[in-house]
Design a protein around this ligand. Structure first.
Ligand SMILES: Nc1ncnc2c1ncn2[C@@H]1O[C@H](COP(=O)(O)OP(=O)(O)OP(=O)(O)O)[C@@H](O)[C@H]1O
Ligand SMILES: O=C(O)[C@@H](O)C(=O)CO
Length: 434
């Protein structure tokens, strides 16, 4: 296997988001959970996205995990490496994106890389280095209340400047609007001034296409999945990709339908509220989880009953900023998050063992916990539910049919996502409720 693109994603929902856009742009792509074990055959693919759980870990750990992924991708001959982080540019307070990008650049001997978080299809745009979500600046869009990685500054040149000892430059929209030669010249001029990191504006798909053209030969590019959707066309022009390949069909979906939500983003809170208008759900409380197993047992009883009635069953820890802050004040930020992630991971393990076969998980850290608890190593990417969120399938030990899994980024998806997703799955696979 010789890869065109090797991607390192800092969380699991971000990885499926990128894999989804690569597949939609005609690449054959597999997502692995962590670095594949030696000897694993991923089949004939153009791209591999290695999903890490490094967005919220200390920088040293994130760097070590990312370099291990890079070693593996290089051993597979990847022509270009893509470091995928969130379209809202979040990482720890001290900052992971700068240290990881610096270490990847050093290993790849790259003089310069671009930072392109924009994902216009989901309302993320960058103008004069400032990140917008819809019509709000990043620090006013709800991300300022993120439980783990609050984002309180929308100026990405400034944010990244705090995370790296190297110079950070800007490729602003007026330069992009002047065309490919002006864009290349600007990047080259910055490189001559030893500017290693360039935050790139992008307002729409045309900007992303132009950026992809300018950086197709860079050893390392970084950003959101918007850039991922634009790159395959450039690979095709270079003759690196034979043709547009059709996304593989998923197997018929089986088993009952379960939704586990640990995301506290505005979008997820809206999706939980919408679901609860028509069906019951179980609210997990980290304070109650801290007191012992009784709360988790109650969630299990609820979920089993809801699944027996035909589901979908929703168990959620998603809560508004006041409730999250109250839990964090009592338990500490890390402990509160861990309790929720462990509980949702355990619920997934038990309920999937008992027959749940169609699973929606909301939140990147939460997806990491659930997928790890299920022991999943690899995901096959199917069709899209909403921008950035595909259905995927994974083989499970001891079970003939694969598990159907949708890992929803916190801020993605329409308000009816938790019911709409299962309708889409049925249309996509010709659901078999056996
Ligand atoms: N009620 C709560 N109190 C405190 N922490 C919570 C609560 N509910 C969830 N959490 C924690 O908040 C974090 C949410 O992060 P997660 O990455 O899962 O969602 P997200 O950031 O919205 O999604 P994404 O990373 O895909 O954008 C998790 O660590 C989760 O355990
Ligand atoms: O880029 C995004 O917004 C998402 O893929 C993501 O990373 C959320 O965790």
């Amino acid at each position: 296997m010789s890869l065109v693109l090797g991607a390192i994603a800092d969380d699991f929902t971000g990885a499926t988001d990128l894999a989804n856009n690569l597949v939609r742009a005609g690449m054959r792509c597999v997502q692995t959970i962590g670095v594949p074990q030696a000897g694993v055959d991923l089949g004939d693919v153009d791209a591999v996205v290695v999903a890490l759980k490094s967005r919220s870990t200390p920088a040293e750990q994130a760097v070590a995990d990312s370099l291990a992924a890079l070693d593996w991708l290089q051993s597979q001959g990847a022509r270009q490496v893509f470091f995928k982080y969130c379209s809202t540019f979040d990482s720890t307070d001290a900052g992971n994106i700068g240290p990881v990008a610096d270490s990847l650049m050093q290993r790849l001997d790259a003089r310069q890389t671009v930072m392109v978080p924009a994902f216009p299809a989901n309302g993320r745009t960058v103008y004069q280095g400032h990140l917008f979500v819809g019509d709000r600046l990043l620090n006013e869009c709800g991300m300022q209340h993120h439980p783990l990685n609050p984002m309180t500054d929308a100026d990405l040149v400034r944010v990244l400047g705090r995370q790296t000892p190297h110079a950070v430059g800007l490729l602003a929209r007026p330069v992009l609007a002047s065309g490919i030669e002006a864009t290349r010249a600007h990047l080259a001029a910055l490189a001559a001034e030893r500017v290693r990191h360039v935050i790139c504006d992008a307002l729409d798909e045309n900007d992303l296409a132009l950026l992809a053209e300018a950086v197709v030969d860079y050893p390392l590019v970084t950003g959101g999945s918007g850039l991922g959707q634009a790159l395959p066309e450039q690979y095709r022009r270079r003759g690196w990709l034979a043709e547009v390949s059709e996304p593989g069909r998923l197997a018929p979906a089986t088993g009952s339908a379960l939704v586990l939500s640990g995301s506290c983003s505005r979008a997820t809170l809206g999706q939980v509220a919408r679901f609860l208008e028509g069906q019951p759900g179980f609210a997990l409380d980290p304070l109650a989880l801290a007191e012992g197993d009784a709360h988790l047992e109650a969630a299990l009883v609820f979920a089993r009953e809801a699944l027996a009635k035909g589901g979908p069953a929703l168990v959620y820890a998603s809560a508004d900023p006041e409730r999250v802050q109250a839990a964090q004040a009592a338990l500490g930020v890390e402990r509160a998050g861990e309790l929720v992630e462990q509980a949702l991971g355990r619920l997934a393990r038990i309920l999937v063992d008992e027959g749940a076969g169609r699973l929606v998980v909301a939140g990147g850290e939460t997806s990491g916990a659930v997928v790890s608890a299920l022991g999943i190593r690899q995901l096959r990417i199917g069709g899209q539910i909403d921008p950035g969120v595909p259905w995927t399938q994974a083989p499970l030990d001891g079970r003939e049919a694969p598990l159907s899994l949708a890992l929803k980024s916190g801020n993605f998806g329409a308000e009816d996502f938790f019911s709409h997703a299962f309708t889409v799955l049925e249309e996509m696979t010709g659901e078999d409720k056996a």
